[in-house]
Design a binder for this molecule. Structure first.
Ligand code: DC
Length: 244
C-alpha cells in the first residue's frame, strides 16, 4: 500500500517540470494536504493587474499586498484559489498573469507576507492531517528549510515548454511550444536571478530530472524517497508503524 505521509515534502523547481501535477497526485496518494504556493503569488498578481498597478512598482505592489486577502485550499482533490474571498480559479492561469507574476513575486514585502501565510498553512496541516506536499520555488530554502524531504525537480527547457503548451491547450488557451518556451525561459531567468529567495535547490535537496519520466514514474520515485526518509507510515496488522 502507498502509506501515509507524516511531515512536509518540499517540492521546488522551475515551471514545466510537472511539479504541480506530481505534488497534487502524491499528496492525494499519501492522504496528505497540498499547498500550491505559486497560486498564492498568482492571486496577488491578479489583484495587481485588476487594480491597474504597474507590477514593477514595488511600493504600490507591497501596499496592495498588505490589504489583499489571498486564499488557497489545501485539498489535493479540489484545489481552490480566492482573492478577497471570491473564487479566482482559472483566472490566475492567464498569459497576463504569467507575464507579471515574476515581477510581483520579486517584491521582498510580498514574499515576507506570503511566506508567513504559507508557514501558518503548513503548521496547521501538520497538526491536523499530519502531512503536506508543498510546491514552489523557495520551499526547501526559505519556507520550510526543516522539511525532512526536499526535492528539486528539473527538466530540459524544450520538455518544459512542450508540457506547458499542452497544459495551456488542454485548458483552451492558445499556445505553441515556441511561445511557451519563450515564456518559460523568461520566467526562469527572472525567478533565478531575483535578489530575494531566488529559485535554487537547497543544499540537502535531492535533484530529480523528469525529462524522460512519466508522471507515474516521478510519483513512484518521490514515494520511494519519502519512504527512505522515514516519513511514510505503513499500516501493519492494524498498527501503524514508521519505516526507517
Ligand atoms: O509554480 P507557478 O508557475 O504557478 O508559479 C508562478 C510564479 O510564482 C513563478 O514564476 C515564480 C513565483 N513563485 C515564487 O516566487 N515562489 C514560490 N514559492 C512559488 C512561485
Amino acid at each position: 500500500m502507498a502509506g501515509a505521509l507524516r511531515g512536509v515534502v518540499a517540492l521546488d523547481g522551475p515551471s514545466g517540470t510537472g511539479k504541480t501535477t506530481v505534488a497534487r497526485t502524491l499528496a492525494a496518494t499519501l492522504g496528505a494536504e497540498y499547498l500550491d504556493t505559486g497560486a498564492m503569488y498568482r492571486v496577488l498578481t491578479l489583484a495587481v493587474l485588476r487594480a491597474g498597478i504597474d507590477p514593477e512598482d514595488a511600493e504600490a505592489v507591497a501596499s496592495l499586498a498588505r490589504r489583499t486577502e489571498v486564499g488557497v485550499g489545501t485539498s489535493p482533490h479540489t484545489p481552490t484559489a480566492s482573492l478577497d474571498g471570491a473564487d479566482v480559479g482559472e483566472r490566475i492561469r492567464t498569459e497576463e498573469v504569467n507575464g507579471a507574476v515574476s515581477a510581483v513575486s520579486a517584491v521582498p514585502e510580498v514574499r515576507g507576507l506570503l511566506v508567513a501565510h504559507q508557514r501558518r498553512i503548513i503548521a496547521e496541516a501538520v497538526a491536523t492531517t499530519g502531512g503536506i506536499v508543498v510546491d514552489g520555488r523557495d520551499i526547501g530554502t526559505v519556507v520550510a528549510p526543516e522539511a525532512p524531504l526536499k526535492v528539486f525537480l528539473t527538466a530540459s527547457a524544450d520538455v518544459r515548454a512542450r508540457r506547458r503548451s499542452a497544459q495551456d491547450s488542454a485548458a483552451g488557451r492558445a499556445s505553441t511550444p515556441s511561445d511557451a518556451k519563450a515564456s518559460v525561459e523568461r520566467r526562469d531567468q527572472l525567478d533565478s536571478t531575483r535578489a530575494t529567495s531566488p529559485l535554487r535547490p537547497a543544499e540537502d535537496a535531492v535533484s530529480l530530472d523528469t525529462s524522460e519520466l512519466t508522471v507515474e514514474q516521478v510519483i513512484e520515485a518521490l514515494r520511494a524517497l519519502a519512504d527512505r526518509h522515514g516519513i511514510l507510515t505503513h499500516a501493519s496488522g492494524g498498527i501503524a508503524e514508521t519505516r526507517r
